[in-house]
Design a protein. Sequence first.
Length: 110
Amino acid sequence: MVEQKDPKDWTRVATLDQCLPGNLFGVQVGSLKIVLANVDGTIYALEDQCSHQDLPLSDGYLEDDQVECIYHGARFNICTGTATSLPAIKPVATFNVDIRGGDIYVQSVE
Ligand code: FES
């Protein structure tokens, strides 16, 4: 299980135009890399680090509510971060998202 830290401040990380429906978009919040996913207009945020070999999930693809890692094919549920396909077993962290106007905010845990 991914260790949950206390949430801190909201950080503006992107605009909605940068993460269109069906797409992934990688951003950085401090030292933390996050991948945004737009599922039919709803934005989700996950740690941008596959739990298999720590490679960026933002290089992969979004299919329905799953993000697929381009490197070895692991899949993760975009809402929960749960690994749904081997070779990944462990989940990835998820983050709260808020949309304000045309901007995407993520609640940092750093
Ligand atoms: S690094 Fe993602 S499946 Fe191997």
